[in-house]
Design a protein around this ligand. Structure first.
Ligand code: SF4
Length: 338
C-alpha cells in the first residue's frame, strides 16, 4: 500500500482578488506543493476580523479569493480548500491552547509588537492571533506549514504550544516545521512597503492587460534615473525585482545591462515587464473568467472542502476533549449519577 502523504496546512486572508504579491509569495508555491502533500488550504476569515472589516463585503471577498486560488491552479481533487469559520473546531482548539500558552510568549511576538506599537488600543484578537494559527495547523496534525519569513516565529510558538499540551495531556500533536518559500518579500508598486491591498500598491492577478500596464507605467523606479541618459542601478529598482519573477533570463540580462548603461529607458523596461507579467497571468485570467460563469462550482468546492476538513477536525477535537476530561467525551462515574 502506498505510504500516505505528509499533511500540510497553510492559510490566506480573504482580502478579495489575489494580487501578484500573494501569488508569488504563497499561491504559486502551493500549486506545486499540492502534489507532494495532503494539503489543506484555508481561507482564514477568523484571522481577517482582527483588522477593521465590512461584514457586507466579506462573502464577496471570500468568493473572489476562492475563485483566484482555483484559477491559479489549486486542484480540489488534489487538495482541500475551505473557509476557516465553516469548521468551528478551529475556535474551540484555539481556546484550549490559550490555557497552555504563557502571556509573555504572545507579547514577545514581533508581529504583535509591530501592530500594537501602531495602535492606541490593541485588541486581544491581535495578541491571540498566533494561538488561532497554532490551532489551525494542529487541528489537522500538519507537519509542514508553508509561510513567509515573517511567520516563522509563529510556527516556533506553535511547536511550543504542541509541546506544552502534549506534556500535560500525552503525546498527540506533531511539532510542525515552517517551509519558507524562495520568494521572501514582494514589494508593492510604491517600492516601499510589502505589496498589500490595504496599501493599494498591488497588481491583481486577474486584472486585464490594460489595467496591468496602467499600474506599471507610473510605478517608482531608481530615483537616480531622472532622464533617459542617466545610468541606473537595477538592484535598487523594484521593477527589476519583478523582472526576476516574471521575465526570462534573456530579458533579465537585457534590463540589467540596459539600465546600467542607459541603453534602455524605464518605459521600455516597464513595457517588457508588463508583457511578461501579462503572459504569465494569461492562463489564470482565462480560467478565472470561465469560473466567474460557474459560481456554483466555486461554492461547491468550499462546501466539500469544509466537509472534508470537518471530518478531520471533529476527530481531533473529540480526542482533545477525551484527554482533557471535558464534558461531551466523559461520562460521569456510575456512583456519581446514582
Ligand atoms: Fe528600473 Fe528598468 Fe528603469 Fe532600470 S531601466 S530603473 S530596472 S525600470
Amino acid at each position: 500500500m502506498a505510504k500516505p502523504k505528509p499533511r500540510m496546512f497553510s492559510g490566506i486572508q480573504p482580502s478579495g482578488e489575489l494580487h501578484i504579491g500573494n501569488y508569488l509569495g504563497a499561491v504559486k508555491n502551493w500549486v506545486a506543493l499540492q502534489h507532494q502533500y495532503d494539503a489543506f488550504f484555508c481561507i482564514v476569515d477568523l484571522h481577517a476580523i482582527t483588522q477593521p472589516f465590512e461584514p457586507e463585503e466579506m462573502p464577496q471577498q471570500i468568493f473572489d479569493l476562492a475563485l483566484g486560488l482555483l484559477a491559479a491552479g489549486l486542484d480540489p481533487s488534489k487538495c482541500t480548500i475551505f473557509v476557516q469559520s465553516d469548521v468551528p473546531e478551529h475556535s474551540e482548539l484555539a481556546w484550549v491552547f490559550t490555557t497552555v500558552t504563557p502571556l509573555g510568549e504572545l507579547k514577545r511576538m514581533t508581529q504583535f509588537k509591530d501592530k500594537s506599537s501602531r495602535q492606541e488600543s490593541v485588541l486581544a484578537g491581535i495578541l491571540n492571533y498566533p494561538i488561532l494559527q497554532a490551532a489551525d495547523i494542529l487541528l489537522y496534525h500538519a507537519e509542514a506549514v508553508p509561510v513567509g519569513e515573517d511567520q516563522v516565529q509563529h510556527i516556533e510558538l506553535t511547536r511550543q504550544i504542541a509541546n506544552k499540551w502534549n506534556g500535560r495531556f500525552g503525546e498527540y500533536f506533531p511539532e510542525p516545521q515552517a517551509v519558507v518559500g524562495k520568494v521572501r518579500r514582494v514589494l508593492g508598486l510604491d517600492g516601499q512597503a510589502k505589496m498589500s491591498k490595504s496599501i493599494g500598491n498591488t497588481i491583481g492577478v486577474l486584472e486585464s492587460p490594460d489595467e496591468i500596464w496602467e499600474k506599471l507605467r507610473p510605478a517608482i523606479t531608481d530615483p537616480q534615473r531622472k532622464r533617459r541618459n542617466d545610468p541606473g542601478n537595477p538592484n535598487v529598482c523594484n521593477l527589476f525585482a519583478l523582472h526576476r519573477h516574471f521575465s526570462s533570463e534573456e530579458d533579465i540580462a537585457w534590463a540589467d545591462e540596459g539600465c546600467r548603461t542607459a541603453g534602455i529607458g524605464c518605459i521600455e523596461c516597464k513595457r517588457r515587464l508588463s508583457e511578461n507579467i501579462i503572459e504569465e497571468l494569461r492562463p489564470i485570467r482565462e480560467r478565472a473568467l470561465e469560473l466567474q460563469q460557474r459560481p456554483e462550482y466555486v461554492i461547491e468546492v468550499l462546501r466539500s472542502g469544509a466537509e472534508r476538513a470537518s471530518a478531520v477536525a471533529v476527530d481531533t477535537i473529540s480526542e482533545v476533549r477525551r484527554r482533557m476530561g471535558l464534558h461531551s467525551a466523559t461520562a460521569p462515574a456510575k456512583s456519581e449519577v446514582e
